[in-house]
Design a protein around this ligand. Structure first.
Ligand SMILES: CC(C)(COP(=O)(O)OP(=O)(O)OC[C@H]1O[C@@H](n2cnc3c(N)ncnc32)[C@H](O)[C@@H]1OP(=O)(O)O)[C@@H](O)C(=O)NCCC(=O)NCCS
Length: 265
């Protein structure tokens, strides 16, 4: 399999038998849960997110060879929401959210019309969790009635797929009812427990009281500001960055919780 090709160069002058034994020990062979093809990854990636070299779907590398890779643990069910991939039938609920000019007050985004939403949904259908430079969108669906009331995005920021930036947006009619807080708690659990990530981060505009409160209340550490680094609706805006590490989420594995603490979901 593809990754074996790298082994002889790494192992230098070792004999063929010894080299093969070491390579076999250092790799885990399993089946992609999506395309069913056999794949092989370095043992150190067991438990972490990787992309299938054949079908490009994202999966979690299993601990044992011969097994099937673990699918990404979606959808996520919270007390009131189902957090899931967007689907073509979401266009009307997304239009209600994305046509609202007030929603974009603190971002350089602009409202979308029906055509824009349909094009977005068509291209989003091809995005995987590990697709480079593409936000991975998750819809926030009310369990009661099935309405899509918002979205979250995850973006990997490192080649090892251990760090993400995330963002959140709620339909104005459903704000200030605790849905964002509920979503963030579930996403922190998804990231740190489900995907074994090292770090999650997010940012918001310094004037965005709701965004600042959300990340502080969720227990993320306020790490710094980029002063006037974005041109937003005719003026320079400052971005405030927040983050949490796995050791903040699982304090027994490392250091103490940040001020406010993260409550595992
Ligand atoms: C930021 C946003 C996601 C918050 O969603 P929400 O569902 O209203 O948030 P919640 O109801 O879970 O509230 C979270 C905290 O923020 C506070 N909050 C919410 N809206 C607020 C506002 N307009 N002003 C001040 N505080 C606010 C809540 O009181 C709560 O704090 P508390 O627990 O101490 O009371 C929502 O306002 C939004 O979608 N804004 C537009 C997009 C955006 O700015 N995203 C943030 C950047 S990623």
């Amino acid at each position: 399999m593809g990754l074996w090709l790298a082994a002889p160069a790494v192992l230098g002058g070792r004999g063929a038998l010894e080299r093969d034994m070491i390579a076999e020990d250092n790799f885990v062979d399993f089946t992609c849960p999506y395309c069913g093809d056999p794949v092989s990854f370095p043992r150190e990636s067991a438990g972490f997110v990787q992309a299938c070299p054949n079908c490009t779907e994202s999966f979690i590398v299993p601990d044992d060879g011969g097994a099937v890779g673990r699918a990404i643990p979606l959808p996520i069910t919270t007390a009131r929401l189902v957090i899931r991939r967007l689907a073509a039938q979401d266009w009307q609920d997304l239009l209600e959210l994305m046509a609202d000019e007030e929603f974009f007050r603190y971002t350089d985004g602009v409202p979308l019309d029906e055509d824009g939403i349909l094009r977005w949904l068509a291209s989003d259908a091809h995005v995987k969790l590990t697709t480079p430079d593409q936000p991975f969108f998750l819809g926030l669906e009310l369990q009661d009635g099935g309405k899509l009331i918002g979205y979250a995005t995850l973006n990997f920021t490192d080649p090892q797929w251990r760090q993400v930036n995330f963002s959140l947006g709620l339909n104005r009619k459903f704000q200030r009812q605790g849905y964002a807080r509920e979503t963030v708690a579930a996403l922190l659990d998804f990231c740190f427990r489900g995907l074994k990530l090292h770090r999650v981060a997010s940012w918001c505009d310094h004037r965005n009281a709701a965004g600042l409160r959300l990340w502080e209340k969720a227990g993320l550490r306020r790490e710094g500001e980029f002063v006037k680094n974005r041109w937003v609706h005719g003026e320079w805006a400052t971005s405030v960055w927040f983050a949490a590490l796995a050791e903040d989420y699982f304090p027994s594995q490392g250091q103490a919780l940040p001020a406010g603490g993260i409550e595992p979901g």
